[in-house]
Ligand binder design. Structure first.
Ligand code: FES
Ligand code: FE2
Length: 579
């Protein structure tokens, strides 16, 4: 007890004197780190005293052992170490606002540091105390958050279907040939704002026939949405995962394909993963070099098939006259771009220049940016997984401790434009730095660009302070009706970094882990979504990217690009639908 009082007396005296002169934002960190420092010292000291008691040593009133001296050293070093950590974060925020404490009040209140995580609030330093409360109120007024956002949301609520039909997404040309528009992109406009008193609600059906028609319409909508799109490029693998040593099995739209790399040309080949002899999985076989190039060999009877699906060896029938000459299987066009293997899932008779472009951004191959690649599977249909990537409102709640900011969740300045193969949305959000590193790059509002490429690629770029940008390039690939995978790249750049250190390989693991954490949080929620239980969905202006995407995708379904999932059609009949 004497030791405790001795430890506390001097710091309290220092605190009293120092509080008379130090700036307000630094006082709370000082007290917090003091409590943590003394706390850690006490814990260690308690352990030492216990050990001495168990060892039956005579403690004596002031018998300081070297271990007890170490407790005090720990207490003081923890105190000042943690204080400097938090003070540095406070300083960086103040620096960004040129020392204007009033302007920085909101960011200071939202600051998240290690000491603050351990002791989020001190009773005598309430977050909305004498200093910050009026400032937070004025900041909220200035940005129009909280109360005003609620009114706007109520005024904007409309059934998704109604909102979609009232927007002006550029209509798709019909007849199977798609051309890029020459002029300005059309702009998806939100419907005019209405007073909160006139919130449109779904009208109750007036008859049994009307109710049946509504149910059928919703069922069709859900079926089209969960179905696949043909005549599109899909990222069926990461390039790094396809080598020339062994075949690789991939899944796409309810089918299995086998990929293998030609040892000479380096090109990736793709065939159905079903041997034309008796249906054995070719991916369980091996690769063999023949005259025509690399072949995949079936593990059941040893048939060898080249990249065109033609027989190159039948060990049980050495008379080649018996062998069919033509291709015996579905062959898929494949290209590699930006670190992904892209497979064209559609009619091979479709002219190359009429096919939708491969989703791609130059940053994937730009040396000024650094990309890390990864993939994550989801046990649910692809549609919800993809839409989640262009849903910005959720980041404040699912990713609150990574990037989001539940204290300022409004999506502002939403603008959406569309073209023949995708949409582009721009808007701003307010993020919350989770540590001193992110504090260095904080800006009052983060500018976000979210692009969508059909069939299901999202590219979301966040622009922060000091030239920091990062882009998520996410391809949602349907595996089956109830399974999907996100193959993605997280791309980063720090424009102000002249040393190249920011793009160094040593940070790749951290970047990959950060992306995996975020996707794991998404997965936990997305796998639980039950669109099918809703007779209608409601959307607000912040949902415009999703609304525009749904409309664009449905236009392709209506043009004949839609394919039912294997839930509706037996697998062996699917190839006929590709032409
Ligand atoms: S099943 Fe493949 S060779 Fe017989
Ligand atoms: Fe997310």
């Amino acid at each position: 007890m004497v030791t405790i009082l001795y430890c506390c007396r001097a710091p309290l005296r220092i605190w009293y004197l120092w509080s008379q002169v130090a700036d307000v934002p630094f006082r709370e960190p000082f007290v917090r780190s003091f409590l943590l420092g003394i706390g850690s010292g006490l814990l260690l000291e308690g352990a030492h005293v216990l050990m001495q008691m168990l060892g039956s040593q005579d403690l004596g009133a002031f018998s300081y052992s070297p271990a007890l001296v170490a407790d005090h050293i720990l207490a003081f070093t923890s105190w000042f170490g943690l204080y400097f950590l938090e003070a540095a974060a406070v300083l960086s925020v103040l620096k960004r606002y040129n020392g204007d404490e009033q302007a920085a009040a909101k960011d200071l209140a939202n600051l998240s540091t290690l000491p603050k995580r351990l002791i989020p609030r001190l009773p005598f330093f309430s977050r909305e105390s004498r200093f910050t409360k009026p400032l937070l109120a004025s900041a909220s007024e200035a940005t129009g958050t909280k109360a005003t956002a609620t009114v706007d949301a109520e005024a904007m609520v409309e059934p998704a279907t109604k909102l979609a039909t009232s927007t002006l997404v550029e209509p798709m040309p019909r007849g199977g040939t798609v051309v890029r528009p020459q002029g300005e992109n059309s702009v998806v406009r939100a419907p005019p704002r209405k007073p909160a008193t006139s919130v449109p609600l779904p009208r109750a059906p007036s008859s049994a026939e009307e109710m049946a028609a509504g149910v059928a319409k919703r069922a069709r909508e859900l079926r089209d949405r969960s179905g696949y799109l043909k005549n599109m490029w899909y990222a069926v693998a990461l390039s790094a995962n396809v080598g020339s040593k062994e075949p690789v099995k991939v899944q796409l739209c309810g089918r299995e394909m086998v990929l293998f790399r030609d040892a000479t040309s380096g090109d990736v080949q793709a065939l159905d993963n079903v041997c034309p002899h008796r249906g054995a999985p070719l991916s369980s076989g091996w690769l063999s070099e023949k005259e025509s190039g690399t072949c995949v060999v079936c593990p059941y009877h040893g048939w060898a098939l080249d990249g065109a699906g033609a027989l190159k060896d039948v060990p049980a029938a050495m008379n080649k006259g018996e062998w069919p000459k033509r291709s015996l299987m579905n062959v898929y066009d494949v290209e590699e771009k930006g670190g992904f293997v892209w497979l064209f899932y559609g009619s091979r008779r479709m002219p190359v220049n009429e096919r939708p472009p491969i989703p791609y951004i130059p940053e994937l191959d730009d040396g000024g940016w650094r990309a890390v690649y990864e993939e994550m599977e989801f046990e649910c249909n692809h549609f919800g997984v993809f839409e989640n990537a262009i849903d910005m409102a959720h980041i404040h709640y699912l990713h609150g401790d990574s990037f989001g900011n539940a204290d300022a969740p409004e999506i502002k300045d939403m603008q959406v434009a569309s073209d023949a193969y995708g949409i582009t949305a721009t808007f701003t959000i307010t993020n919350k730095p989770v540590n001193a590193f992110w504090s260095m790059f904080q800006v009052p509002e983060v500018f976000v660009t979210a692009r969508v490429f059909l069939p299901s690629t999202s590219v979301v770029t966040f622009t922060l302070g000091a030239g920091l940008s990062f882009t998520t390039f996410v391809n949602t690939v349907p595996l089956t009706a109830t399974r999907s995978v996100n193959r993605f790249a997280l791309i980063r750049r720090l424009a102000s970094d002249r040393t190249g250190l920011f793009n160094a390989r040593i940070w790749d693991g951290m970047a990959r882990d950060a992306m995996r954490k975020i996707l794991s949080e998404d997965k936990a929620m997305v796998e639980q979504l039950r669109y099918d239980l809703l007779p209608a969905e409601y959307s607000v202006r912040a949902d415009l990217p999703q609304v525009a995407f749904r409309k664009l995708r449905q236009q392709y379904v209506d043009m004949g690009y839609g394919l039912p999932t294997e839930t509706f059609v037996p697998t062996h009949t699917v190839p006929a639908n590709l032409d």
